[in-house]
Write a protein that binds this ligand. Structure first.
Ligand code: WAQ
Ligand code: MG
Length: 239
């Protein structure tokens, strides 16, 4: 198989919207900034309504940051505020900065000692089966703040699902798309956007999930990769 993972996207829609949604995702796959795909996988799965768990949309904040160094400091500070030790925050930052190729999924690190906990190697753990309850509401809310783009919409939904995982402490992320340099740190306390997490043009990005040392890995990974979740928009505070 081989090949490099370019991008992925998820939606939960009613049956009559499946054809239209699939088509839109196909279009999007053809025009990705990370390059032309050699193959595109489309999976359509039936989900029972009563299987779906609802989680709150995280509040959105933005911290200032003029350059990559200042932004990495800011990211570490926000991680520590969210309950990650400085040691683990530094270890997560190093894990992302030492990537030589992007992973499809995320690394799970202990929020206390910073060690990698999942055994998924360069694949990572992929968060799947999530969407937002009210797409228009989210769009309007983000437009108000001047940040309504696909990256923010999708990252906010993913981060809201992740933050609600059992034993989750925080997430650190920046994109692998070369033109998108704003990253974030998220936890149940909120989604904090951090500009300039990497230089423009870099194809290296990733995700680190910091989990409690006594968390049950299997439970977390099953929730992240399998539990259908609808994020429910609530009024966002912050700047
Ligand atoms: N599950 C786990 N990890 C993922 C997933 C997923 N579903 N999708 C992507 N990743 C990992 C993977 O390692 C990618 O290389 C990395 O994250 C980056 O993915 O508010 O666009 O989709 O302005 O490129 C942040 C928005 C956008 C900040 C992040 O990430 C803002 C983004 P990308
Ligand atoms: Mg990407």
């Amino acid at each position: 198989m081989g090949g490099r993972h370019i991008s992925g996207a998820e939606q939960i829609v009613s049956q009559e919207m499946v054809a239209q949604t699939t088509n839109a995702m196909l279009e999007r796959a053809f025009s990705h900034t990370r390059g032309q795909a050699d193959f595109i996988n489309i999976v359509v799965e039936k989900i029972d309504k009563n299987q779906i768990q609802e989680v709150p949309l995280l509040s959105v904040h933005t911290v200032p940051g003029d350059d990559v160094v200042a932004s990495h400091h800011a990211a570490q500070e926000v991680l520590v505020r969210a309950g990650v030790t400085l040691l683990a925050a530094q270890s997560g930052m190093t894990a992302l900065l030492s990537l030589i190729d992007s992973m499809g999924g995320a690394m799970l690190l202990c929020a206390v000692c910073g060690k990698r906990l999942d055994g998924t190697g360069s694949r990572g753990v992929r968060v799947s089966r999530m969407d937002i309850d009210d797409k228009q509401g989210l769009g309007a809310l983000l437009t108000d703040r001047g940040i309504n783009n696909t990256h923010v919409r999708e990252a906010l939904v993913l981060a809201s699902k992740v933050a609600a995982a059992p034993g989750m402490v925080a997430e650190l992320c920046w994109s692998d798309d070369p033109e998108y340099t704003t990253g974030y740190v998220a936890s149940s306390a909120g989604y904090v956007r951090i500009p300039h997490c990497k230089p423009v043009g870099s194809l290296l990005g990733g995700r680190v999930f910091f989990v409690k040392p006594d968390a049950e890995l299997d439970t977390i990974i099953t929730y992240l990769s399998q539990q259908p979740v609808l994020v429910r928009p609530m009024i966002c505070e912050g700047v």
